[in-house]
Design a protein around this ligand. Structure first.
Ligand code: 2HG
Ligand code: ZN
Length: 463
């Protein structure tokens, strides 16, 4: 079968966009998850929309499956190719196409690295305000496909909120230009939003128009030591009532161990505490700073906060952010099993209490790391694989606990994937966040855009 496909690819596509060597097949067949064996047929590097269209047309005619590939920084196996699929990488479609100062918008090819968008915006004295740790390698198309979130969601929302327009090649090989950069557009179904978060199952995003904005002024960053996890939530709520936060993140002390070891940094505070919160806010000519310090005194006296470090200079703030942003990279070698759960902010305290109980009861032998975007109700619960344990035995053990955690997520009407996507890894748990009826509608939509099932088959949905 894959010889036949290769033959077709070589017959109809320019030779220079086809790679079949092992050094391409392995890295382009996997993402940042490590639970699947990459086994693609070929990796294609189209240079323009017409070539993408031709590939999808061939996929329909000769019945092979296409896996769209961006930076492959995903954590849910949405971009893995384990089943002889043809990976279509947008690495070569990485041009910034058009900047419009009046619209404050930027049109880019979908293979642009996220960091390049940040850098471009900065040159224009603006920002693209969606930030996450993998932005140096992730690509815009992948960010759109998963509706990425990150560390500034509490202020700026998800990726979806910054997409003004999309050009896509559908699973049928047709081109759609969606929303054309408009801010206001009340003309019925907004197909742009269907493609955002669709994980490459409806078609391929080939171009995006992104919204930029003015940067926040006079940022200040603090890290607090906090005695227990539920206090992290109360501290967040107390600050949120007083000021408009730019970020409020948390991590546990055992998570800090990994970052210190991996990045060779000292402790952020003179002493160690069970939990830490990192808060970013704008000074607002000192008004917010005063409010923060006043509240800090109160919370310190109450014993909710133990200690803090504060900074308003760029270099130190970057160092402080390193404690949070480097977590994922610091623990990667331990092949953690990742949970990416969310509930409404108003329910996060009760949810954490319930999850904590389960984790202590069912994971007594595993190291559990707690961190995440607590101000968005988003918890990244990472279970570390013991060195001596075989990876699939470990995965099975984690899946058993998932069967207990996921019903609780459902009980709280939460999400089994807040920002990492569903892919292969979370697919069995989708039923805990969406009803059967809703999933049937999803499948119906998939059939409209991709009737032959050539787009990222088996990811997100079983269809
Ligand atoms: C983060 O918030 C990323 O750092 C990765 O979403 C989360 O490593 C994870 O589980
Ligand atoms: Zn995250």
């Amino acid at each position: 079968m894959n010889q036949e496909i290769l033959h077709i690819l070589k017959k109809y596509l320019p030779e220079e966009i086809i790679r079949t060597e092992k050094e391409f097949l392995i890295p382009y067949g996997q993402d940042w998850t490590r639970y699947h064996q990459p086994d693609p047929t070929a990796i294609l590097f189209p240079r323009n929309v017409e070539e993408v269209q031709e590939i999808i047309r061939l996929a329909n005619e000769y019945q092979f499956v296409v896996v769209p590939s961006g930076g492959r920084t995903g954590l849910s196996a949405g971009a893995v190719a384990t089943n002889k699929e043809v990976v279509v990488s947008l690495d070569r479609m990485n041009r910034i196409l058009e900047y419009d100062a009046l619209d404050q918008s930027l049109r880019v090819e979908a293979g642009v690295i996220t960091q390049n968008v940040h850098d471009f915006a900065k040159e224009k004295h603006l920002v693209f305000p969606v930030n996450f740790a993998s932005e140096g390698s992730s690509r815009i198309g992948g960010n759109i496909a998963t509706n990425a979130g990150g560390i500034k969601v509490v202020r700026y929302g998800m990726f979806r909120d910054w997409v003004l327009g999309l050009k896509v090649v559908t699973g049928k090989g047709e081109i759609l230009d969606l929303n054309q950069g408009l801010i206001k557009n009340a003309t019925g179904y907004d197909l742009r939003h269907l493609f955002i978060g669709s994980e490459g199952t409806l078609g391929m995003v080939v171009e995006a128009t992104l919204k930029l904005t003015h940067p926040p002024k006079d940022k200040q960053v603090m890290i607090f030591g906090i005695p227990d996890m539920l206090r992290v939530v109360s501290v967040m709520q107390a600050f949120r009532e007083k000021i408009d936060l730019l970020a409020f993140e948390f991590f546990s002390d055992n998570t800090l161990d990994y970052v210190m070891e991996h990045t060779q940094v000292p402790t952020p505070l003179p002493k160690r505490y069970p939990f830490y919160a990192l808060m970013e806010f704008e000074s607002n000519n000192g008004e917010n700073t005063d409010k923060v310090f006043q509240l800090y005194q109160d919370l310190f006296q109450k014993g909710w906060i133990n200690d803090d470090v504060f900074s308003d200079d760029e270099i130190t703030m970057k160092k402080l952010w390193g404690y949070r942003e480097n977590i994922s990279a610091s623990i990667a070698a331990s092949i953690p099993y990742k949970n990416d759960l969310s509930v409404r902010i108003s329910r996060i305290s009760d949810f954490l209490k319930d999850i904590e109980k389960i984790v202590f009861e069912y994971y007594p032998d595993f190291k559990v790391l707690w961190y995440g975007h607590i101000a968005d109700g988003n918890l990244h619960l990472n279970i570390i694989k013991p060195d001596e344990m075989e990876i699939h035995t470990f995965e099975q053990a984690c899946k058993k606990v998932n069967d207990i955690i996921c019903p609780i997520v459902r009980q709280y009407q939460g999400s089994i994937s807040a920002e990492h996507g569903v892919g292969l890894l979370k697919k069995p748990y989708l039923i805990y966040s969406k009803s059967d009826l809703e999933i049937e509608y999803l499948k119906g939509i998939k059939k409209v855009f991709d009737p032959n099932g050539v787009m990222n088959r088996g990811k997100l949905l079983d269809i």
